[in-house]
Write a protein that binds this ligand. Structure first.
Ligand code: SAH
Ligand code: MG
Length: 221
């Protein structure tokens, strides 16, 4: 009942705020066709990420968890033409699909897909001594979340924003005795967040086409 209503409202919101967009629609279609898990951000969430990155004036964006590149396209479109987005993806089949979609969105000049597990790739990026990232979107598996967040803070600067997706998990996050690995990963991350003096943070729960979930927003001090 509520899911049906949330979907109708998301459709309505899309009709108000999302313009037809061939590249984004092709990316979403490609994920369905390849039977990827249906876990891309929704159009309105993608646009929220885009607007956040744009309002920060982000020139360097880091994404952890590419899938078909749907959120990647929204984020990369917030960049100026000389901007750079690095997106980390562990699954080569996902990376291949994302590459085609990013090319289709004419963003290959500013998007780089790094193939590998985030906890292997993040130290490599750190070793390259690149300039810090202005905006980070963490959206891979939740088991490694606390570690990804540590790297995100290290690779940022004061004023950078880090968004962590899917931190409510249909309310599962309040269950301290859950043996679900994703819930456990989020709770481990949250427990450390309580005393993390490096960031100021909030969390929003959301409902919509992807059900009941939420995201965390951290501002690096
Ligand atoms: N951000 C995408 C959705 C990402 S889904 C969007 O909203 O459009 C999560 C992705 O993270 C999957 O493609 C999965 O293969 C990848 N992933 C899972 N564990 C990972 C890890 N340890 N390192 C890098 N990527 C990982
Ligand atoms: Mg997500």
């Amino acid at each position: 009942m509520s899911q049906e209503l949330w979907e109708k409202v998301d459709d309505y919101i899309n009709s108000v705020v999302i313009a037809p967009d061939a590249a984004l629609e092709a990316a979403a279609d490609s994920a369905v066709k390849a039977q990827l898990p249906p876990v891309s951000v929704t159009p309105a969430q993608g646009k929220l990420l885009h607007l956040m990155a744009r309002s920060l004036g982000a020139q360097r964006i880091l994404e952890i968890g590419t899938l078909a590149g749907y959120s990647t396209i929204w984020l990369a479109r917030a960049l100026p033409s000389h901007g750079r987005l690095i997106t980390i993806e562990a699954n080569p089949a996902h990376a291949d699909i994302a590459r085609v979609n990013i090319e289709g969105a004419a963003l290959s000049d500013r998007v780089e897909i790094r193939l590998g597990k985030a906890l292997d790739v993040l130290p490599q990026i750190a070793a390259e001594q690149q300039p810090p990232f202005d905006f980070v979107f963490i959206d891979a598996d939740r088991t490694g979340l606390a570690g990804y967040f540590d790297w995100a803070v290290k690779l940022s600067h004061p004023g950078s924003v880090i968004i962590v997706d899917n931190v409510v998990r249909k309310g599962g996050v309040i269950d301290a005795s859950s043996d679900n690995v994703d819930v456990k990963g989020v709770r481990r991350f949250n427990d450390r967040l309580k005393t993390d003096a490096r960031v100021d943070v909030t969390m929003m729960q959301t409902v919509g086409a992807k059900g009941h979930d939420g995201f965390a927003m951290a501002l690096v001090r």
